[in-house]
Design a protein around this ligand. Sequence first.
Ligand code: UT7
Length: 336
Amino acid sequence: MLYQSKIAGLGSYVPENIVTNDDLSKIMETNDEWITERTGIKERRHIKKGDGNSTAVMGVKAAKIALERAQIDKDDIDLIVFATLSPDYYFPGCGVQVQEMLDINTCPALDVRNQCSGFIYGLSVADQFIKTGMYKNVLLIGSENHSGGLDMTTRGRNVSVIFGDGAGAAVLTRSDHNGQGILSTHLHSEGKHALELSLKGPSTMHWVPELIEENPKEDIPYFPYMNGQYVFKNAVKRFSEVIMEGLNDNGLEVSDIDMLIPHQANLRISQFIQQKFKLTDEQVFNNIQKYGNTTAASIPIALTEAWEQGKIKAGDHVVLAAFGSGFTWASAVINW
Ligand code: UT7
């Protein structure tokens, strides 16, 4: 017998420190007009030195809210899944840190490394474990501390103006009603594009001193690299495909979507998808204007805010879709 999983509680957390486009223009050659026009972003949150936040800490803050809303005790969590590309440590992963910080016994803690698609990959993992009956309650977190690793100079401006810090969490549990919950998840990757959006070092191949020695100042591989236009073109293609895959798999039409939550990569990408599918403003949720691209955290933060604003109701068809480094892309179709 296969069970069905549903999202029982959602939570999010962003650091208090707001960094506006004008703030960035004081430390690098950029301006509000360029950032707004190309990305839709007006401001983002950055961890401030000494505010106590880290990827794991923000994840815990989001998780506490999600657990409370789910009314599920931390000791009833059977599995922790943590998605991030900016973990606190090279190893171990943030999952075990969360376990320690939340004082959860000895359940398994699994880290997922699928960048912008990380939350949906994690959702799929959680869903499979619940479906088979192996676990009943799963805590899923997406969290990023981008500001800790960005090149905040003009050299890195095409990447650093886009990304922000934050965390989102979902508690998944076994659904009591057949047909309610996660209907399907769809995961893809295409490794031949791996280096088009990547952070090469530090790694076991290149430790930092070696990197500094080997590379000229203008190409420092311990900062993220992004081939922006190439990523953009692939993103719009794969977003469209994977949304349709999810709808087709469930016999749904575009008009059946009550809420589409696209990974907040770039407002222009979301708008392209919205226009392509002829969706109304009420059918698509965006908050990249406030937070920038928070990678694995973007979907759970957006989902939490949409839910808090009463934009997601029981019985709604909610579609999540993501694209990012790897390349990886994914979608999930939920009957809320
Ligand atoms: O979540 C993961 C997935 N990521 C994405 O989906 C991102 C996809 N890509 C994008 O969103 C866009 O490619 C960007 C927003 C990153 C860049 O927009 P673009 O229209 O592709 O700009 P570009 O990289 O072609 O750069 C255009 C110009 C260049 O100057 P020149 O060569 O024309 O003189 C850049 O040097 O804009 C310049 N530029 C900037 N100017 C002001 C690049 N970054 C900045 C900046 N401020 N921050």
